[in-house]
Design a protein around this ligand. Structure first.
Ligand code: GTP
Ligand code: MG
Length: 441
């Protein structure tokens, strides 16, 4: 080896002269610039040094090549990750603690954390694409031979103060007094009434709300609507609204002309007003059933219920109890002790404890089911309102509940939907701001 200029040596190593000069300074070899000449001994030292570091790099490369790759989803349960890393859960938990993360064996950790831990154990991590795996659910159609009759689902609607709540109370009373006196407790936002061995389901959510929010979201839950009209007040704006809602949903209407116990009322006037809205009552040659009732006195309630059953019979309402359940959320809230609680109307199939469900953008496993009497159920067939526990979050009313194969699928679908919702919201918000921009111009 001979003397060498700095720039020549730098070329040998494939680095810039400036980089080499810095290295030389670190070694205590001072040079003026890239044209400076290095003594033979110095060249030797530098050569040795570069050989070593090159070898080290190669060793590192080899190590990297040897790193095993694993795929994990957005979130992974500690136990599952341990399996993937071929470690015991406690080894993994210890490592997590070292990183300042407290997690139990059944806990889920985020991808980012899982990645760090995996790297620590010498694994390379790739994100699993769950989206392609499970896009969304297709609900299979039932074969006609699998369908069996199911009870009707009825919504009570009408103008403010015309007696909707009173009517539902009267209906429940009729039902309860027939079996056991007193003790009418309503546990969920829906109730079942049994008349002559036949069941009718009433949705107690304020009629309009249920119709509006659910119709807006494409959910149809009602089979029949009872429109309450106070005989002393007649057809009012919200009565017309209720009629229109029922019509657009193609739901048969039964009119309950209420408060007939009141003095100076004119039932014919109500019938005339109904006719003006295109609802011609049977006794006037039309096909609309109108039953005069008094919710307060409990008068004619049984006739009204018989009419409901009659209309239901004509409708030939059917469902297949021998399939995975499909239903709709009537209402939902967060309960301090029990977590997310949703009242779901099972519309088709049979919902069972332990079922994995997707509810809108939430998922879960049915932990408990409670019926309108506050009784725990193991199964809920078609046309059964039940309160369910075990959801990941609080769903929205009108959300559809669908039973799927397993938890993993349920979660992946729910996450997928959430992602889509987020994207839509983002789009909507940019749209709004653009509109605003144009408005200002
Ligand atoms: P909102 O929920 O506020 O829209 O009212 P609603 O339609 O549920 O009416 P609600 O049952 O609360 O009854 C309103 C008022 O009418 C109450 O004071 C009831 O006592 C009275 N009422 C209801 N039904 C009858 C009835 O058949 N006869 C008489 N006389 N009063 C009734
Ligand atoms: Mg009310």
């Amino acid at each position: 080896m001979t003397k060498m200029r700095v720039y020549k040596l730098a070329q040998e190593f494939g680095i810039t002269s400036k980089e080499l000069i810095e290295k030389l300074q670190q070694l205590g070899i001072n040079v003026i610039n890239h044209m400076s000449t290095l003594e033979e001994d110095d060249v030797k030292v530098v050569m040795e040094l570069f050989k070593e570091s090159n070898n080290n790099e190669k060793i590192n490369e080899k190590e990297e090549e040897a790193m095993q790759k694993i795929k994990i989803a957005d979130k992974v349960v500690v136990q599952d990750l341990a399996k993937l890393l071929q470690k015991t859960p406690s080894e993994l938990i210890t490592k997590l603690i070292q990183l300042g993360i407290m997690a139990t064996i059944n806990q889920e950790i985020d991808f980012d954390i899982a990645e760090i831990v995996a790297l620590e154990f010498g694994y390379e991590v790739e994100k699993e694409d769950t989206k392609e795996e499970q896009e969304d659910i297709l609900i299979p159609e039932d074969k006609p031979e699998d369908l069996l009759p199911r009870p009707p689902i009825v919504t009570v609607m009408g103008h403010v103060d015309h007696g909707k709540t009173s009517l539902l109370d009267a209906i429940r009373k009729t039902n309860v007094t027939a079996k056991e006196a007193g003790g009418i407790t309503q546990h969920i936002g829906a109730s079942e009434v049994h008349i002559n061995g036949k069941k009718i389901v009433f949705l107690d959510t304020p009629g309009h709300e249920a119709f509006t929010s659910m119709r807006a979201r494409g959910a149809q839950v009602t089979d029949i609507s009872i429109i309450v009209v106070a005989a002393d007040d007649g057809i009012m704006p919200q009565t017309i609204e209720a009629i229109n809602h029922s019509r657009s949903a193609n739901v048969p209407i039964i009119v309950a002309i209420n408060k007939i116990d009141k003095p100076n009322i004119n039932i014919d006037r109500v019938k005339q007003e109904l006719a003006d809205q295109g609802l011609l009552v049977e006794e006037w040659g039309g096909d609309v059933i109108a039953v005069p009732v008094s919710a307060l006195k409990g008068e004619n309630i049984d006739t009204l219920l018989e009419m409901v059953l009659l209309v239901a019979e004509i409708e030939e309402l059917k469902a297949n109890p021998n399939r995975k359940a499909v239903g709709t959320v009537i209402e939902a809230q967060l309960d301090k002790g029990r977590g997310p609680v949703a009242t779901v109307l099972v519309q088709n199939g049979t919902l069972k404890i332990g079922d994995s469900v997707v509810v809108g953008a939430c998922y879960g496993k049915v932990r408990a089911m409670i019926n309108y009497m506050g009784k725990r159920l193991k199964e809920a067939g078609p046309s059964t309102p039940v309160e369910i526990l075990g959801l990941s979050e609080v769903p929205q009313s009108g959300d559809q509940l669908i039973v799927v194969e397993n938890d993993k699928i349920a979660r992946s679908i729910a996450e997928n939907r959430k992602e889509k919702l987020r994207e839509e919201q983002m789009k909507a918000s940019t749209k709004v701001s653009l509109d605003d921009l144009f408005k200002q111009m």
